[in-house]
Design a protein around this ligand. Sequence first.
Ligand code: SAM
Length: 247
Amino acid sequence: MTQTCFNAYVLTLFPEMFPTLLGQALAGKALDNGVWKLHVSNIRDFAEDIHKSVDDMPYGGGAGMVMRPDVLGRAIESLPKDVPIYYLSPRGQPLQQSQVKSFAKQNSIGLICGRYEGIDERVLDYYGIKELSIGDYVLSGGEVGAHVVLDAIIRLREGFMGQPESLSEESFENNLLEYPHYTRPAVWKEQEVPEVLLSGHHEKIKQWRHQKSQEITAERRPDLLQVATLKKKDLKFRKKDAKMRAK
Ligand code: SAM
């Protein structure tokens, strides 16, 4: 089935921050070609007082300002009703490729970019909005996070990539990290490309890459390997590799 255009709705206090990075390279091309559409709203446009205020002091005291629920609420209600909305926040579940894949199956997403100390909690409760983190660190605003989320989604949409089959071998597929890549020249600074890659033997190359994936994952992200589905011969290799590592 041919995918329709993916609609990305972004609520931000800094609309000029979009599409910037996403207007370049493949994401930019996809935007021009209608693979996805970007709808950016300035939250400040929904402020009704003379000063166009969007934030206020936190009840209970403390440093920083909080984004007002009335202003943000109007911005949220301006979006189409069926758009699943997420708030970029360090408190959310860190984004994973499996979730990106399920986002990419949707036709739209709405992203709220916070600023200051964040948004009034009642907005999340009232609209049932989930929080989405891009990692365990704190950014100054949700806009960079929105770029990350959208970039990850859009590249999985039909029409984005010339060779969509290259997606099936990437990191996090089957909970494995990707194998190493090499290109010409065959010898660089006295370092040679692994011989098997020059052999032209497709089955052996496939096997070598799969084993390298396992080795790299075991070394860097053993947590992923715990949940990867490995075949019998892979398990044998894993045992051997673990033994070597223990020496
Ligand atoms: N006071 C908040 C806390 O400690 O959880 C941090 C607020 S941060 C300075 C301002 C905004 O940046 C947040 O409202 C959120 O939208 C965004 N942000 C910061 N870190 C993020 C992360 N790791 N993932 C996604 N968004 C983030």
